[in-house]
Design a protein around this ligand. Sequence first.
Ligand SMILES: Nc1nc2c(ncn2[C@@H]2O[C@H](COP(=O)(O)OP(=O)(O)OP(=O)(O)O)[C@@H](O)[C@H]2O)c(=O)[nH]1
Ligand SMILES: [Zn+2]
Length: 357
Amino acid sequence: MSQSNSILTSYGWDPNLYLSEPLTNLTPGRVVSVYGEYSKILTESGELRGVASGTLLSSGETFVTGDWILVREIEGDDLCIIETVLPRKTLLKRANPSNRKQSQAIASNVDLLLVIMGLDNDFSPRRIERYLFLAKISGADIAIILNKKDLCKDPESKLSEIRQISGDVSVEMISALDLTQTKTILQFIAPGETIAFLGSSGVGKSTIINSLLGSQIQKTNEVKQSDGTGKHTTTHRELFLLEKGGILMDNPGIREVGLFSGSEEGEIDEIFPEIAEVALSCRFRDCSHMGEPGCEVASAIQNGKIKEERYSSYLKLSRELRAIKALTDSQEAKKKKQKDKEMAKALQKRLKEKGRM
Ligand SMILES: Nc1nc2c(ncn2[C@@H]2O[C@H](COP(=O)(O)OP(=O)(O)OP(=O)(O)O)[C@@H](O)[C@H]2O)c(=O)[nH]1
Ligand SMILES: [Zn+2]
């Protein structure tokens, strides 16, 4: 099959990116949704139902929507066995709602997060700072869409307010009720790239998604089952092909994400460059800018060089970052302890066996 009309290529498959060695008996596929007992997997043969292999299950590794995986196809069946989860380009995580001490992967391999914010009551520059931060630590690019322009008296001033904090991130203003305006979003999407929408409830995500997909929802659902019956799939899917190229991920988990994790300290400085710059001159190198003597951030707030609300947003996100770090560190420590234990056990067993010999 030529690269250009391969199903997987249109869904973003790039063997050079995801494979470190040539494939032998396994087939690449992308997880379209993880739902119930079977996950929905797209391979060159079409949509298959996937189940994790015993080896994958016992490794404790999980897969999420967007993952590239290697599967064992079963001749004449629409079932496949998921053997391997390939390394991820990006990963979105959030705090696990049922266990605060763990993070939960939501989706992977999203190239671009499109943040939607309403120009109505939803408007909040502080939340934009948070989204910028979340996108940074997930590894995905980000663009900001200010929606409901028609409901806003002075959209231009809100736009410039956001531009002041968004750095080199693109910001577009639209009214999702106008299809031509919604289409401007397509400028951000390149063929083979996966995008996902993020934003509070009611900001217009579904309206935008539906108008971008149009009849595409039907089209993509027409992917035939590989059992040859040609029946149309009607089950849940979260990845859709856009007409002009690009993959739209509509995953309920990403829509309003709490926390992502796996971050580095430097990210926050990129979102608050004016604070990071002034902080270089603080008397103490590890100044937390919370009342230490010789804190240049404090004086910059006093003389108006740093805005009060930017400072409190910075503190809030720094605190969250520290909490995430502590969490990740304790998870890492736990894993290491477990590994040490296993190694000690294995060693003991070997010594015992040796003693017996
Ligand atoms: N006036 C106006 N209304 C809009 C615009 N975009 C969306 N709406 C309306 O806002 C309401 C909520 O839009 P949705 O698309 O359902 O919002 P959502 O972000 O998908 O919400 P959740 O599904 O809860 O996450 C609907 O009644 C839309 O018609 C817009 O640009 N202008
Ligand atoms: Zn300081």
